[in-house]
Design a protein. Structure first.
Length: 398
């Protein structure tokens, strides 16, 4: 069993579904696709686990002999599918971490949509599953990949600032009087309540090769990252300071397995109209790089959030869902920006697709990445470069 620690905030969040729509040239039968899916799922330890919650509120990944991840065949539109599926709870207690939908309607190509709960992995994890799936479809064997987790023992040994430690102790002490353990029945009820009044919208923008090359050349000339350039573009017409959250790969050893190994940083920036776009981007880039060089800051959010009593973390998510209320969890939810004072923009840039494009007679020609609208975010952006173009997807509540 593996204790769920740094990723505990994902457990009771009512919107933790990562989506990737992949276009693949070549044709396969439903039977071939089903067998490939099962083989790929069998090669990742985490997809052969289930989540259990004990009587004290501890949550764990436990071995599961009957995984519940699934593949089905139907025509779909991406936004409609996400709208339908994000309100259907993943049955983590049965080992359901992944759903795959395949449309075989177009001749000569297949459209696939992979929907994964964040406890099954992060964006890179889902890419690695897609790679394994297509390898299996091509008749290749995939090595077994054990799960790797970011925990208090494996994270760099950097102490939290005094204020953060004090805040954790203070809220944990207050929570003792109200503490309760939540279960999967509570999760069901929270999903029902939340999704009665919520709906998300998805929009994808394509930056074609010529425009993408122009922007990349500007970044190269200015010595800055493309994500910083993108942020500057997004905030230049906004007169207020913007709080921008950035998901960051937290892998400590470059592993290519499935599990949630993402961490995050944030930068606050107000666009300076007296400077050029590139100068503003350079200022943002400097802020980002300074924080990423600081190991304590890079992994701060994981150490900080895992310091709270795990059931208090659950309660904060259930406060956002409108299902549970207590004085302590409500105050902490406000403090952390759950549902209120959220990041203005939250970006996950997977950069260039980190898997091969070709698998024998099959080839990936497009991939759209849609991160979930988590409790502490409102304008969520997923970016990925595929071949000669960039897909930028916007996901938000209506």
């Amino acid at each position: 069993m593996y204790r769920i620690e740094t990723e505990r905030g994902d457990l009771f969040d009512v919107n933790m579904m990562i989506a990737m729509q992949v276009t693949v040239t070549g044709k396969a039968s439903e039977q071939e696709l089903t067998e490939a899916f099962r083989s790929a799922a069998g090669s990742f330890e985490i997809l052969n686990c289930k989540v259990v919650i004990d009587e004290n509120g501890g949550a764990f990944y436990d071995k599961n002999d009957e995984p519940a991840s699934s593949i089905c065949f139907r025509d779909f539109g991406l936004e409609a599918l996400i709208t339908e599926q994000e309100r259907i709870r993943f049955h983590l207690e049965n080992g359901e971490f992944l759903r795959c939908f395949v449309s075989l309607a177009d001749s000569g190509k297949m459209k696939m949509c992979f929907l994964m709960h964040h406890l099954g992995g992060d964006g890179k994890s889902l890419c690695y599953f897609i790679e394994a799936f297509l390898k299996c479809l091509n008749g290749e064997k995939c090595e077994y990949r054990r799960a790797v987790f970011l925990t208090g023992e494996t994270l760099p040994d950097v102490k939290l600032p005094f204020w953060a430690s004090w805040l954790i102790k203070s809220y944990n002490r207050k929570w003792r009087k109200e503490r309760r353990v939540f279960g999967f029945d509570d999760m069901d009820a929270a999903y029902r309540k939340f999704w009665q009044t919520h709906k998300t919208a998805v929009r994808n923008e394509i930056t074609e090769s010529a425009e993408l090359r122009r922007k990349l050349n500007e970044c190269k000339a200015g010595g800055i990252g493309f994500t910083s350039y993108t942020i500057a573009e997004m905030v230049r017409d906004i007169p207020r300071e913007q709080d921008v959250g950035l998901a960051v790969d937290g892998r400590l050893d470059g592993n290519r397995t499935m599990s949630n190994q993402a961490t995050g940083i944030s930068v606050k920036y107000r666009y300076n109209r007296s400077r050029t776009l590139l100068q503003n981007a350079a200022a943002i880039d400097g802020m980002m790089k300074k924080k990423l060089r600081n190991i304590g800051y890079k992994y701060f959010v994981l150490r900080f959030m895992s310091g709270f009593d795990s059931t208090l973390t659950d309660a904060v998510n259930l406060e956002f869902a409108g299902y549970f209320h207590s004085e302590t969890s409500a105050k902490l939810a406000r403090l952390l920006g759950y549902g209120q004072n959220t990041k203005d923009i939250s970006i996950t840039n997977l950069t260039r697709l980190d898997i091969p494009a070709e698998y024998g007679k099959y080839a990936v020609t497009d991939l759209i990445f849609v991160p979930p609208v988590v409790s502490y975010g409102k304008n969520i952006i997923g970016m990925v470069t595929v071949g000669d173009h960039l897909n930028t997807t916007y996901h938000s509540y209506l």
